[in-house]
Design a binder for this molecule. Sequence first.
Ligand code: SF4
Length: 365
Amino acid sequence: MTGRTTDESRRLAKRLAEEISRLAVRPIRLMEVCGSHTVAIFKAGLRQLLPAQVELVSGPGCPVCVTPNEYLDTAVAYSRQPGVIIATFGDMLRVPGSSSSLAAAKMAGADIRIIYSPLESLDIAAANPTKTVIFLAVGFETTAPTAAATILAAEQAGLANWFALSAHKLVPPALRALLEAGGTRIDGLILPGHVSAVIGEAPYRFLAEEYRMPAVIAGFEPLEILQAVHSLARWLRLGEPRLANQYRRVVKPEGNPVARAVLGRVYGEADAAWRGLGVIPASGLVVRKEYQRFDARRKIPVEPEAAREPDGCRCGEVLRGMISPEACLLFRQACRPENPVGSCMVSAEGACAAWYKYGSGRWQG
Ligand code: SF4
């Protein structure tokens, strides 16, 4: 496992893998929804440790990956407007849009600043009162409360030149859409720990109740992931679809009500477009009427180019667990982390980037 893993952990991991092998009497296909799980699984070499009949597939839980080109094209178009400063996390910079990227716009002279906290974008706005600062607000339930708090802070600071270009997304509606769409077999879900820390357990109940889909909220340590796989294999064997929270040291059953209150104050639910999944009902967040003066789309006219997907990129199928990145003809060829063709190769949490970096890894036990 990792360098910090003790002999005891290795023994436990092997024992869990043996038990999983015994429980999985037929091929089972489990989706790790979250990109952080994908990376943890690869880093520890868990795919190699698990028996051949247990397949792990990556899901749509990488926010940069699921952000559609229309959003990127809009951000690029804003960046080209005179007097605009774009404030963004670094991942977004290299994501290819339809014909350009923020990195290319920056090279061409656009004022694009990398930030590490949304609050930094407020400092940039305060320091540049004659400029228009647009913060790129992308992410799931994990980061959306901070973006909401930043909008409240902008209001408190009386900033008139700060705006958010929001594309926050909600995980449970995407899971429902994934299961409704079919097209790929999924026998169980490893649910995202960080998202769950905000939303709690209740929003996932439909998985077992409506779709008979077992699911586990899991931590990110190799043993925690193996434990989740073990539970799923056991319930599948027993024919008992259950929802379990096995990350209780972080995820409270009720989630984080304070974070959700901030979120609910600033944002309301709306349909949202996901790369690979299309428009999913009530799967996104839009700024409420009371805060629309901070909504870039409402306040600053822009004309992005018509969005189109890169030729040959199969990111959408990767995000739905239909194919592994290696099935894409561009993987490791035209598409590499230093020259990504699609969004799944950009973020460290993207499935294609993880397969590229760790795909040949072996269990370190
Ligand atoms: S390898 Fe690159 S081109 Fe292929 S699906 Fe992944 S991101 Fe898209």
